[in-house]
Ligand binder design. Structure first.
Ligand code: KG4
Ligand code: ZN
Length: 370
């Protein structure tokens, strides 16, 4: 079954063609990152206008790259939400009109379910034996993106239980905000990661918030404030006026070594908490067979390294062996449409009769779609 999928929940205009939920025939992504770098973050109105300009060329490009025409396509999948409403609407309108004209079934997909299914796409990175077989349930998933941060327990296809979530900022959001404070640019995650490679992870003692004992929730706002406090303290000592909130100007007064060290220390604190909570969840949900990393922050190499290391220690101490998977292709970590087609395929398979032809899909910002 070939699914054409569309994803426009934030600032990527994306379309893919995927066969049987796993074989990616094309995955075209037009990123607006350069456009939003000027403002240091996504301006919804600007993102929506850019989606309008790019969506048709991106869909045409995905069909062409997959060497398909519309007769080859069995269904359309589209991100229904959550996301920026003005961005989502371009994707859902385009998909709905195409489904109507081409008389195709249309499958609405939850954006986070899409990120989760990125690990079901062929070629997903994994450690451990038996790399040929697909994921084995139950799975614990750490979803770490710009807008979302959860630990999800997945017993079978399309059955998700949120067992932990952020109480304030998502990990990706914290990366973006700290990068802004340090004047490292947008998107913040890759910029912090790059600066952090040159920095000392132990240069700053930053707080790690574990909340109540047994809690699988996250909180990153205190850490973000701690970074800001370090910057203010440095500037105060140097006699630099910190009355403006224009971080682009202020950041020019901070030396590169200070930025690199602070970026490395910040990243270490985030990754420490994420991986500790993930292990704690694996101890709580004892039947867990696999751990998956999903969402934009799953591209982070320190996160991958630290969870691999902690799982090894667990195994050496006599704990069970849990297989780790994360999207091998970096383009499957951040927003893309291949993941939406994968999720759409498994939704379709679980109940094909529920999927209607030529339906009109209404976008939503609600997370509550699982
Ligand atoms: O999943 P995603 O593409 O969009 C949302 O659904 O939000 O995630 C985007 C987030 C951004 O906050 C970005 O800074 C972060 O993922 N990100 C990273 C890395 N690459 C992207 N964070 C840490 N390290 C990275 N290498
Ligand atoms: Zn996303």
């Amino acid at each position: 079954m070939k699914i054409l999928s569309i994803e426009t929940s934030c600032d990527e205009t994306a379309c893919a063609v995927v066969e049987d939920g796993v074989k990616v025939l094309s995955n075209v992504i037009y990123s607006q990152a350069d456009l939003h770098a000027e403002t240091g973050g996504v301006v919804p109105e600007v993102a929506a206008r850019e989606h309008i300009l790019k969506i048709i060329p991106v869909v045409d490009g995905a069909l062409k790259k997959a060497k398909c025409d519309w007769d080859d396509i069995d269904a359309i999948a589209v991100t229904k939400g959550p996301g920026l409403i003005s961005s989502l609407i371009i994707g859902t309108e385009t998909a709905s009109v195409m489904a109507m004209i081409k008389n195709k079934p249309i499958i609405p997909v939850h954006h986070i379910a899409g990120h989760i299914y990125a690990n079901f796409l062929g070629g997903s990175g994994e450690t451990g034996a038996d790399a040929e077989s697909g994921p084995e349930f139950p799975i614990l998933i750490l979803t770490v993106s710009g807008g979302h941060n959860e630990i999800i327990y997945m017993k079978k296809h399309n059955e998700f239980s949120i067992v932990g979530e952020t109480r304030d900022d998502a990990a990706g959001e914290a990366f973006d905000k700290v990068a802004r404070i340090l004047g490292l640019g947008y998107p913040g995650g890759p910029a912090i990661s790059k600066a952090g490679e040159k920095g000392d992870r132990e240069a700053f003692k930053l707080p790690r918030s574990y909340l109540e004992k047994d809690s699988l929730d996250f909180s990153f706002s205190g850490l973000k404030t701690a970074v800001l406090t370090q910057v203010k303290e440095y500037l105060r000592k140097k006699g630099v006026d910190f009355s403006s909130d224009d971080f682009r100007t202020i950041s020019t007064k901070i030396p590169t070594k200070f930025k690199n060290d602070l970026a490395a220390s910040f990243q270490e604190a985030v990754v420490d908490v994420l991986t500790d909570k993930l292990l704690q969840a694996a101890m709580t949900f004892k039947k867990t067979k696999e751990i998956h990393l999903a969402g934009g922050v799953s591209a982070n190499s320190r996160l991958r390294e630290m969870i691999t290391h902690k799982l090894q220690i667990l195994e050496e101490k006599g704990g069970k062996s849990i297989r780790l998977r994360y999207p091998a292709d970096l383009s499957y970590c951040t927003d893309n449409a291949a993941m939406i087609a994968a999720a759409g395929y498994f939704i379709y398979q679980s109940d094909p009769k529920k999927i209607k032809k030529g339906q009109n899909i209404t976008p939503t910002t609600s997370f509550d779609l699982f």
